[in-house]
Design a binder for this molecule. Structure first.
Ligand code: KIV
Length: 266
């Protein structure tokens, strides 16, 4: 198990802003994937509620529960040797009041070896962010497109009002958030917000000017079965690689080509 001091800490993560290189962040949901991403030098791993869609096969991020997130976060927390690990607060945790949200955030920190939580929201979540931070639970805020609002908005629609986005990011910072995810907002607005706030901005579909970038790992690796957003760059086609391996294995089993003599216990 990693020594806690070898992992990227929240203050060191914050200090990466303006440090001359961008911050890399990816989602992770289990031990082997988290271990590979960690070894590849990714700065931060997010146990995102996107697991509801890309791992559990749901249509939205809403069904995943706190217990399920904790179960996956334990695996990721165990694998991370040097990356900081952040865990999403699932819907509707942060709408249940400050006290309840602190209980949920505390469970995540106590049970998973993860270091911070992420919550969707900016200005309207300021009180909750303040409460969590006051309890020693570091918070990454998430503004712009907020997938947990899918039904309220009738689809995946991002906040486009630049003033509102500025207000949300600044309010999150004022309340004590150590970073903010900017999802699906115009690059120029992300640039302005990044210049205006002291905390790192982590973009997803928010252009090149953010302090860092995050993607859903399944999208990046070509493992997503449903819709892949336009802002994703796919770096591998693992679905094809896995299909090919499974197909060759099936064929070898059917023909008796596997197991061969070297696979037999003598
Ligand atoms: O749940 C998630 O994966 C996320 C990222 C898309 C930022 O919130």
């Amino acid at each position: 198990m990693a020594n806690e001091t070898t992992r990227l800490t929240v203050p060191k993560f914050v200090a990466l802003k303006g440090g001359g290189r961008k911050i890399s962040m990816l989602t992770a949901y289990d031990y082997p994937m988290a271990a590979v991403l960690d070894a590849a030098g990714i700065d931060a791993l997010l146990v995102g509620d996107s697991m509801s869609m890309v791992v559990q096969g749901h249509e939205t991020t809403l069904p995943v529960t706190l217990d399920e997130i904790i179960y996956h976060a334990e695996m990721v927390g165990r694998a991370a040797q040097r990356a900081m690990v952040i865990v999403d607060l699932p819907f509707p945790t942060m709408h249940l009041g400050v006290h309840r949200t602190i209980e949920c955030g505390a469970r995540i920190l106590k049970e998973t070896r993860c270091q911070a939580v992420k919550l969707e929201g900016g200005a309207e979540q300021a009180e909750v962010i303040r409460g969590l931070v006051g309890a020693g639970i570091p918070v990454m805020a998430h503004v712009g497109l907020r997938p947990q609002n899918v039904h309220q908005l009738g689809g995946y629609k991002a906040e486009r009002d630049a003033k509102r986005l500025h207000t949300d990011a600044s309010a999150a910072q004022e309340a004590g958030a150590f970073a903010v995810v900017l999802e699906c907002i115009p690059a120029a607005v992300a640039d302005e917000i990044t210049a205006a706030v002291k905390i790192p901005t982590i973009g997803i579909g928010a252009g090149p000017h953010c302090d860092g970038q995050v993607l859903v790992t399944h999208d990046l690796l070509g493992l997503t079965t449903g819709h892949v957003p336009k802002f994703v760059r796919q770096y591998a086609d693992l679905r094809d690689v896995i299909w090919d391996a499974a197909n060759r294995y099936r064929s070898d089993v059917e023909t008796g080509a596997f197991p061969a003599s070297e696979h037999q216990i003598k």
